[in-house]
Design a protein around this ligand. Structure first.
Ligand code: MG
Length: 320
């Protein structure tokens, strides 16, 4: 290794990848490109943990160059990310679908031909029978059901950061603690279980002393439905949970919060579309979406039948 050249070790899924001969002018993005070649994890799906800027308080972004980083000798950088094939296997949704799609035009259940609906309901039945849920804390009978998406709902999964906490949506723990008073909390992400577990552990959501999580659900609990406009899309049918706990949960007492409306397709009366939390570094000081949802959740927990509530107008029911 020549003078002034930098070598770093990246750890990913138990393996170490050494990148050496890097110039000080090499950017984080260049490092990601090299890692993409070595690991097949696409740059945009990589998250490098433990990168610190020399200037305290300055965020590390893709354009940051290595000479501006506080790299200790032989320091290992942890990478989080999933290989495309796995993502595709897990998601099975068209990659060309934009991440945050203006999906107001997605048809409702009533607009689908009956035979298609039956086919989709049969898929839900199969998930009820075959999808194994690991229950961390058994659901409590006197509480309603709150199902939460992760990416862009609780966490900005696209920005670069030194650690996951920087990408956490503000007031996440306050929100979960308040919700736990009246709701059984389930986390449901369209990614794989390994990734969900890693994120929830990093953010301190799993095993939090102030609230309990019932379970995590991943992409395998989702179903694919066919729509005229978008073709095949993946959706999160609450019917999977209702089928598993028929005596506890139904459309009358369940709420799914997600930044993508298409996830409500099979349970349209139970979805609340949240504003996406992206560009964490710019928005973390101003985003109050989770904080503002707390009084609404309290109000909702007193309702006998959630289907009578218009979730598009959640902000008008109560405000702080
Ligand atoms: Mg999301």
């Amino acid at each position: 290794m020549g003078d002034g050249l930098i070598s770093i070790v990246i750890k990913w899924q138990g393996k170490e990848y050494e990148l050496d001969g890097l110039e000080g002018s090499t950017s984080v993005e260049d490092v990601k490109k090299q890692l993409q070649d070595k690991t097949s994890v696409r740059c945009e799906n990589q998250k490098l943990i433990g990168l610190k800027h020399k200037k305290a308080g300055t965020a590390v972004v893709d354009a940051t160059v290595l000479s501006d980083l506080n790299l200790k000798k032989n320091a290992k950088i942890m990478m989080m990310g999933t290989v495309d094939e796995e993502i595709e296997k897990a998601n099975q949704r068209p990659e060309d679908l934009p991440d945050v799609v203006d999906d107001f035009d997605i048809p409702t259940m009533d607009e689908m031909p009956t035979e298609q609906r039956e086919e989709f309901l049969a898929k839900i039945e199969r998930r009820v029978k075959e999808y194994k849920v690991e229950v961390f804390n058994p659901p409590e009978e006197n509480k309603k059901l709150l199902v939460l998406d992760i990416d862009y709902t609780l966490f900005d999964h696209r920005s670069v950061a030194e650690n996951g906490h920087e990408l956490m949506r503000p007031y996440l723990h306050e929100f979960l603690e308040a919700a736990y008073q009246n709701y059984n909390i389930v986390i449901w992400s369209a990614t794989g279980m390994k990734w969900i577990t890693a994120k929830m552990e990093e953010l301190g959501v799993k095993n939090n002393p102030n609230y309990k999580i019932v379970a995590f659900l991943d992409s395998l609990a989702m179903i694919t439905v066919e729509t005229k406009k978008y073709g095949l899309i993946e959706t999160k049918p609450l019917g999977v949970i209702w089928g598993k706990y028929p005596h506890l949960f139904s459309e009358k007492n369940s709420l799914l919060i997600d930044d993508l409306k298409r996830n409500f397709l099979m349970s349209p009366k139970n979805g609340l579309k949240i504003r996406p939390f992206a560009k964490a570094h710019r928005n973390k000081d101003t985003d109050k979406e989770l904080l503002n949802l707390i009084p609404f959740l309290q109000f909702l927990s007193m309702q006998e039948d959630f289907t009578k509530i218009d979730f598009d107008k959640w902000e008008s029911y109560c405000s702080i």
